[in-house]
Design a protein around this ligand. Structure first.
Ligand SMILES: [Zn+2]
Length: 843
C-alpha cells in the first residue's frame, strides 16, 4: 500500500509545502492546476482540535476545486492519543502526528498550522479544556493564524453551541474560532502581534455540519437547510486523474498511527456548511461577493492580464514557452505594495517558473547529520531542462555563511554540480521540534519566538538560496539542505539534514522502581554525534540515593556509534522519588540531552532532543504471590511495570489456554481492551472462570462499552454493565467506600494519599451497574457530575476472586505512580492473606 501512495504522490501544492524534503516534480497537467491556483486569490481556513478531526474532503475541495489557499488549523498535535504503529506517546506522538498531518496536506493540497495547545487527554467539557489550555494564549494563536493567513472564509469542524456533547477540545476549537473571528480585526487585541502582521476581518464563518449531528441520515434529510451551503465534494479532476474523494481518502490514510488506512472512494458526495456569521451566499460558492481575481491587489490587474492569458493558452507540450510571460509577471509582482499577496504569490509563481523550465535545484549532504564546529560538505546539483535563457549567478548557504559565485549559463539539459565546504558555526541550533525546547505546562507548550508559533515544524538550520537570472530577471530560489541517500530495499530517500550534539545519552527504562533497598544496575547509553569523542559520564541523583562509581570514562571512535556504561544505584531505606540524570563531559562542555529518532516510511525521519533522565522511585511496597499470567489486549506496558516490583509475568496467548493451565498462576490479568480486540476470549471465558472458581484471581482492566455488547454478555461471572462513565480529572477526590475490604488493606494499606500524583485521568469506561455479588471499593467524580462507584469492583467466585477495574493503571504504572502500584499489588494479593480476613465484607 505504501508504494501505491508513493506512486500517486501528488504535487498539488507546490507552494509552502516543506513536506518530506522530497522535491516535487509536477507533470504539465499538474503545473496547469498550479497556474489555476495562482490565479485564484482567496483563502479558506478549516478549524478543529486534533489530527484526524479535519474533513479532508472539504479541505481537498477548497484546495483543488475552488483552487483556494486552504489551511487546516489544528489546536493540538494529538499528543494525548494512542499509537497503533509504534512506541511513541505524549509529546513524541505529537511529533509523529504532526508529520502525518503534513503528509495528509501534501495529498489534499492544504497547508497545516497549529496553536500552542497540548492534547492533554480526554476532556468532557470546554470549560475544563479552556482552563487547562492557557485560553488566552491559545486564543492569541488562533487570532495570529487568522491575521497571518488572512482567510476569507473560516469553516469550523465542530459546533460551538453544544458544549458537553463531544470532546471538550472539539467544542473549544469552535468557541475559540468564533471569538477570534470577532477579534482579529481589532488592533487593540494582541497588539504585540502587529509588529509582525496586520489585522484582518474574515468575511464568513461556517460550521461543517453532518447528518450524525442529527442522529440519522433520514432525520438530516428533513432538516431546514436554508441557512446551509451544500457542496458536492465528489467532483472529478481530470488534470489530476483523481476524484476529490479519492484524494480525501488518500490524505486520511496518512493518519497511520491512528489506524486510518482505508479504501479510496469516488462519486457524488454532499457536504453541508451552516453559516454562523457574515452574509449568506446566494449560490453554493462560499467566496461569493469576494474578489478572488488579481484585481483584488493594488497593482494586480497588469499581473492578471499576463497570467490569465498563460492559463487560457497553456501549452501542455512545452510549458517552458510561458517562461518570458511568467518572469514578466514576477517582475510586476515584486512592485506590489501588499506584502501578504506579494510574498504568497511570489512563492507560487517561482515554483511554477521552476517547474515550467524543468529546473532541478538541490543542496544535499551525503551524511545524515553534523555537529556545531564540524566540517560539512554540501553537494549542489543544478539543471535547466528547457531552451530558456538561465544563468546561475550564485549559491548562498544561509546559516553557514558560505557562498559560491559560479555565474554560469545553465545550458539545456546540462547538469552542473558544485561542492560547498564549510565549518558548521558553533552557535548553530540543534535540530529538534521547536515547541519541545522549553518545558511547557500540562495544557500549553512554551514557545518564546512569536514567528515560530503556528508553524508545523522547525525551519531547517541550513538553506540554499540559488540566485538565477531567467530571461534577464534575477530570481532567488530557496531550498532546505537535505540528506539524500539510497537504500537497496527502498530506493532514493530524502531526509532532513540534522544538526546534533557531539554526544547524547540515554537510559532505556524511563522509570525504575525500587521495591526494596537492593542495589540495581542502571545502563546508560552514550552515542557519538561525530568521530573520536571521549569524556566522562556521571549520574546526577536525588539526595539520599547512592550511585557508584562517581564517574566513568568513555571513548567512541565512530560517529553514530553507541556504547553502554553501568552504574550501581542504591535507594534510601525509606520512600523517596526523584530523577537520575546522565551528565556527559567532553572537554569543557557538558551534554545532558537524549536523542530520540522517529523513523517510519510514511514520514520524514524526525530527530528530537529531550532531557536525558529516568525517574527513580523507592516505594515501600508489599506483595503476595509471584507468577502472573497476562493476556495482552490492545497493548499496554503493565507487564513490564509488574516485573519492576518483582513479579514474574508470563504473557499467555488465550488461544492456547485449556482448563487447568492457569492453576499455577497467582493471578491472571487481562490487558486493556482485550475483549474489544482479542476474538479468542469469546470462547475462553469458561476456562478463565473455572480458574477463578478453583481459587484463582482474575483482574480485568478497562474495555470499551460499545464493541463487545452482544458478543460478551459474560465479561464477568456475574452481571456487569459497562458504560461510558469516566473520571478525567486526574486529581479528582477519591473516597474509599469499603474500608475493611482486603483490596485497601492487604498487604498495603491504601489511603486517599495513594491517589496523589496520578496522571491524565482516574479511569474510563466504568461499569454503571453490577450484581449484588460485587463490592464497589472506590468512589470519585468529575466536577459537576454524579458520583461514580464503578472504578474498582470485586466479587468472590467459588474459591477465588474476580476484579473489574477501569482505573488507568496502564497510564499510572509506567510513569511510576506509587499509589497505583500498591493498589495493583493488593489486587494481585487478594485471597493470600494468611489471617484470612473476610475479603467480602461489604463496605
Ligand atoms: Zn478529535
Amino acid at each position: 500500500m505504501k508504494h501505491f501512495w508513493v506512486l500517486l504522490s501528488l504535487t498539488i501544492l507546490l507552494v509552502t509545502n516543506t513536506f518530506a524534503q522530497k522535491p516535487d516534480k509536477p507533470t504539465s497537467a499538474e503545473l496547469f492546476h498550479e497556474v489555476q491556483k495562482l490565479n485564484f486569490l482567496g483563502t479558506a481556513l478549516y478549524v478543529a482540535a486534533h489530527p484526524d478531526d479535519e474533513n479532508t474532503s472539504l479541505i481537498s475541495y477548497m484546495a483543488n476545486h475552488k483552487k483556494a489557499r486552504t489551511v487546516y488549523l489544528s489546536m493540538t498535535r494529538g499528543d494525548g492519543g494512542q499509537n497503533l504503529i509504534g512506541p511513541e506517546l505524549r509529546e513524541l506522538l505529537g511529533v509523529l502526528r504532526t508529520q502525518e498531518l503534513l503528509a495528509a496536506r501534501h495529498m489534499d493540497g492544504g497547508e497545516q498550522r497549529f496553536t500552542r495547545a497540548n492534547d492533554f487527554g480526554f476532556s468532557k467539557h470546554p470549560k475544563e479544556t479552556l482552563k487547562i489550555w492557557d485560553k488566552d494564549k491559545v486564543l492569541a494563536d488562533v487570532v495570529w493564524t487568522i491575521r497571518q493567513i488572512k482567510p476569507d472564509v473560516i469553516i469550523n469542524r465542530f459546533d460551538h453551541r453544544t458544549p458537553g456533547s463531544t470532546h471538550g477540545h472539539h467544542t473549544s476549537s469552535a468557541i475559540l474560532s468564533m471569538e477570534a473571528f470577532d477579534l482579529a480585526n481589532d488592533p487593540n487585541v494582541y497588539s504585540e502581534q502587529l509588529e509582525q502582521t496586520t489585522t484582518w476581518q474574515p468575511k464568513r464563518i461556517f460550521y461543517n455540519t453532518s447528518w450524525w449531528q442529527y442522529g440519522s441520515q433520514e432525520a438530516f434529510e428533513k432538516v431546514d437547510k436554508s441557512g446551509m451551503v451544500s457542496l458536492d465534494v465528489g467532483t472529478y479532476y481530470p488534470e489530476l486523474g483523481l476524484s476529490n474523494n479519492e484524494i480525501a481518502s488518500m490524505a486520511r490514510s496518512q493518519h497511520l498511527c491512528q489506524g486510518f488506512g482505508r479504501l479510496t472512494d469516488r462519486g457524488s458526495d454532499m457536504e453541508y456548511i451552516e453559516l454562523l456569521k457574515g452574509d449568506m451566499p446566494k449560490s453554493n460558492d462560499v467566496f461569493e461577493g469576494i474578489n478572488t481575481t488579481w484585481s483584488r491587489v493594488k497593482g494586480g490587474e497588469a499581473i492578471g492580464d499576463i497570467l490569465y492569458k498563460v492559463e487560457a493558452n497553456f501549452d501542455f507540450q512545452n510549458p517552458s514557452k510561458h517562461i518570458p510571460e511568467l518572469v514578466r509577471a514576477y517582475q510586476l509582482l515584486q512592485k506590489v505594495e501588499d506584502k501578504h499577496w506579494r510574498t504568497l504569490k511570489s512563492e507560487e509563481l517561482k515554483n511554477i517558473i521552476s517547474a515550467a523550465s524543468g529546473l532541478y535545484l538541490e543542496a544535499s549532504s551525503a551524511s545524515a547529520s553534523t555537529t556545531p564546529g564540524s566540517k560539512a560538505t554540501i553537494n549542489i546539483e543544478t539543471i535547466n531542462r528547457s531552451s530558456q535563457n538561465v544563468t546561475l549567478k550564485d549559491i548562498q548557504i544561509v546559516g553557514a555563511g558560505a557562498k559560491l559565485t559560479p555565474n554560469k549559463v545553465l545550458g539545456d539539459n546540462q547538469k552542473e554540480n558544485f561542492e560547498v565546504n564549510f565549518t558548521v558555526p558553533a552557535n548553530t541550533p540543534y535540530t529538534s521540534p521547536y515547541w519541545l525546547n522549553e518545558p511547557g505546562t500540562l495544557g500549553t507548550y512554551t514557545v518564546n519566538d512569536q514567528s515560530l508559533i503556528g508553524k508545523p515544524e522547525t525551519p531547517s538550520a541550513f538553506k540554499a538560496i540559488f540566485n538565477l537570472e531567467i530571461d534577464g530577471v534575477e530570481i532567488p530560489f530557496e531550498k532546505s539542505v537535505v540528506h539524500r541517500y539510497s537504500k537497496p530495499d527502498r530506493g532514493e530517500l530524502y531526509e532532513p539534514f540534522a544538526i546534533l550534539p557531539e554526544v547524547t545519552s540515554k537510559i532505556d527504562e524511563k522509570v525504575l522502581i525500587f521495591a526494596d533497598s537492593d542495589t540495581k544496575s542502571v545502563q546508560v547509553k552514550i552515542r557519538a554525534g561525530k568521530n573520536d569523542v571521549s569524556g566522562t559520564v556521571e549520574l546526577d541523583h536525588p539526595m539520599g540515593w547512592k550511585v557508584s562509581p562517581n564517574s566513568i570514562p568513555f571513548s567512541i571512535a565512530q560517529k553514530g556509534e553507541e556504547i553502554s556504561v553501568i552504574f550501581e544505584v542504591t535507594p534510601p531505606s525509606t520512600e523517596s522519588e526523584g530523577k537520575i540524570e546522565p551528565k556527559v563531559s567532553v572537554g569543557n562542555k557538558i551534554y545532558r540531552d537524549e536523542l530520540v529518532e522517529i523513523d517510519y516510511n510514511h514520514i520524514p525521519k524526525q530527530s528530537i532532543l529531550l532531557p536525558s533522565e529516568a525517574k527513580v522511585v523507592r516505594m515501600d511496597i508489599r506483595k503476595s504471590g509471584e507468577h502472573i499470567a497476562y493476556i495482552m489486549g490492545a497493548g499496554d506496558n503493565v507487564p513490564e511495570s509488574l516485573e519492576q516490583i518483582g513479579y514474574q509475568v508470563h504473557v499467555v496467548d488465550p488461544n492456547d489456554i485449556q482448563h487447568g493451565d492457569l492453576d499455577k498462576y497467582d493471578a491472571v490479568v487481562v490487558g486493556i481492551r482485550a475483549y474489544n480486540v482479542v476474538d479468542a476470549l469469546k470462547f475462553k471465558q469458561p476456562v478463565l472462570f473455572d480458574y477463578v472458581k478453583n481459587g484463582g484471581t482474575m483482574i480485568v482492566q478497562y474495555n470499551t462499552a460499545g464493541r463487545w455488547a452482544g458478543q460478551f454478555e459474560n465479561i464477568a461471572p456475574y452481571e456487569v454493565t459497562l458504560s461510558r462513565d469516566r473520571v478525567t480529572d486526574e486529581n479528582a477526590e477519591v473516597k474509599i467506600l469499603a474500608p475493611n475490604n482486603s483490596l485497601v488493606n492487604f498487604p498495603n494499606t491504601i489511603t486517599e494519599k495513594d491517589f496523589d500524583g496520578w496522571v491524565q485521568e482516574r479511569g474510563l469506561y466504568y461499569p454503571s451497574q453490577w450484581s449484588s455479588e460485587f463490592t464497589p471499593i472506590l468512589s470519585m467524580q468529575d466536577e459537576g457530575e454524579t458520583e461514580k462507584q464503578g472504578s474498582l469492583i470485586v466479587a468472590p467466585y467459588g474459591e477465588g476472586h474476580y476484579i473489574y477495574t477501569g482505573l488507568s493503571f496502564f497510564r499510572e504504572l509506567p510513569v511510576g505512580v506509587s499509589g497505583a502500584y500498591k493498589l495493583f499489588a493488593n489486587m494481585l494479593s487478594i485471597g493470600k492473606d494468611e489471617v484470612k480476613r473476610d475479603n467480602n465484607v461489604k463496605g
